[in-house]
Design a protein around this ligand. Sequence first.
Ligand code: PEP
Ligand code: MN
Length: 362
Amino acid sequence: MKKKLVDSIRNHSGLFVIAGPCSAESREQVDQITQALSLNPTVKLLRAGIWKPRTHPDSFEGLGEKALPWLVEAGKKHGIPTCTEVANKSHVEAALTAGVDALWIGARTTVNPFAVQEIADALKGTDTSILIKNPINPDLELWLGAFERFNNAGLHDLTAIHRGFSIYNHAKYRNVPSWEIPIAFNEKRPDVPMICDPSHISGNRELLLEVSQYAMDLNFDGLMIETHPDPDIAWSDAKQQVDANGLSDLIKKLVLRQPDFSQDVATMIDEIRDKVSLLDDRLFEILSDRMQLSEEVGVLKRENNITVLQQEHWNKLISKRLTQSDDYHLTNQFVRTLMDAIHQESIRHQTRIMNPKTTKHT
Ligand code: PEP
Ligand code: MN
């Protein structure tokens, strides 16, 4: 089976970059950025948003169908295949008729199974290359489900794009990366290449290098980076876009590493991994012992009719660990997540002890 995009992502040497403006704004703008990008050999696919799903109705929502030929013409003139976002059946028809090479499904569409199904149905019988962004919420199954809908419609040239997840008021990222989700995705669908979109994760150009490097270190298959001839005056996502020189600088600074290593290095790594594995064994034994102690407390709470949760005790426990996080060279966020997980598990054990009749055994 021919998978045009998947094969070219898998078989390229060096970096695979998808670049182009957040939105197509004029024929000149699209041509100008495409011309500049065509000088960069890592740019293998040209992107431009034609229909823009925006949070607020008064934001720029894309120029629509009339901008499609600008993208297709620029791609042909400068020798780069093109892609754009589609969110419904009529977008699909217009984009394919105009000759766009690949289509991407945006985060606000992946979240909606009806919309995904409508697009998959509209593409049935074609061998269109499709890129599927993660849903805006951190829901791995919803993301996987979108792939299943396309697979069921006979479409197999599918690539994933990780663009981060929307949470309320995050200080650092526009969309938090939650790297464990694309990693879990790879576990389930090793056949699907994974591209990182550092632009929408970062929300500002200062963070692009850090996020891109992180993605490369996790062995992502490529990057999608928004590029504009004059980013500061872009009609959408101005803060996160770079110009073609900015993109080249960023790519030059990236350190590319390979996932495989020599036998000597493998032996050294294995020795350390064995030690890590022993520590993990101890960690699990300790956790198991800890839960047994929690159950003993549970028995006393049951006999004395005391609630499982004593908020003040928990507050003290967590704040003690948080103040120690620096001493252990652990981030506050990790300590918080770990302690929350331990606490939840402990509550589960105690609840089972205290309500033996109503709690299902797991
Ligand atoms: C985009 O790529 O311009 C876009 C709208 O992305 P997302 O769906 O990731 O928000
Ligand atoms: Mn954008």
